[in-house]
Design a protein around this ligand. Sequence first.
Ligand code: FES
Ligand code: CO
Length: 371
Amino acid sequence: IPPPRQWQRAGQLHSSGGRYMGESFLDNETWRYFWHPVCTVKELAESDKGRGELLCARLLGTELVIARLDSGVVAMNNRCPHRSAKLHLGWNRGDSVQCPYHGWQWGADGSCKGIPAAPDGPIPPNAKAVSYDCAERYGLVWVRLDGSAGTAIPEHPVFDDPAFRCVPGPSYDWKTHSARRVENYTDLAHFPFVHPETLGSAGHVTFLTPQIAFRKEGRMRFRYAPPEGARNAVDASGNFSPLAFSDYTIRLPFGVSVDLTLQNGARTVLWVWATPLDDIHCRSFWFACRNGDLDGPDQPHIDQQMRILEEDVDIVESQDPEQIPHPRDEIAVAPDKVSLTYRRLLYALCKAKAQGPEALKAFLDTERDDI
Ligand code: FES
Ligand code: CO
């Protein structure tokens, strides 16, 4: 199913209504050190309109060309260094991406492989396209703009587990910072207000301050045991069924997996990564995975999630500013512990980044039982 039209408003980049004039809380350069999915492998394959697989993607305000060359998937800055045309409008030549304007060819490492108008050379020494780390995992194409902190592609707890069926949902754009999207995904107190029919009914307001643990590779974990009568997850017939508990893992900076155990013992694992397109827009890539009803239809499981997303989108996009502001500009109470802890971790991550890639790596590998 294509995402509802309202999710596609993020097409107008930088068109925020109210601009936040306060101090910035997070350093958005920090996310350059992490892998982010930028498109699906399927979208890349479908980009082939007779010129080979070439797709324009966006990450942290940088426009990319994604190509499947003979050596595998590659990501380069979409700007040709010659006269600044967009490379994704060119041709995939197998060993290189050829610019649509004057045909200069750029190899996987960004080196210039040929200048048609000057075949006898020399190739100018500064004729280099900017290329980035790029890899395929979980049917997604991942890009890392800066590899110096040695970060890994985030784990997906059940993608390779034969007991589970993992179905990718349609990715969607929201006009909000990736961190706001993660906060919404892990916010427990909004269920009775935003999701009264789906995740929690009115009267089941959650006053929950779970124990939160921090684990290697920047994983923040906690368990949610819902109040009696609260609902979650879909069963084989597409109905909501009672939840026993759910284990949340936030993978810094913008990943979440939720392992839901139903009262009937079946498990549903939801996995999402909110890729920062820029400072105020994100694209969420996600899967709904289940270990029961393996031969049943997938669509009810996707539809249930999309119904929940539709309940969330207008509220989250109404948050002004889109970025997480300075702590003094929002108010928190004890049940905001998850969001407060996540913010503290993001802030600490930005502080570590300021000390360099080594410090960033060391911070991610810290372990603490209660934070
Ligand atoms: Fe790319 Fe001239 S602008 S080859
Ligand atoms: Co919600």
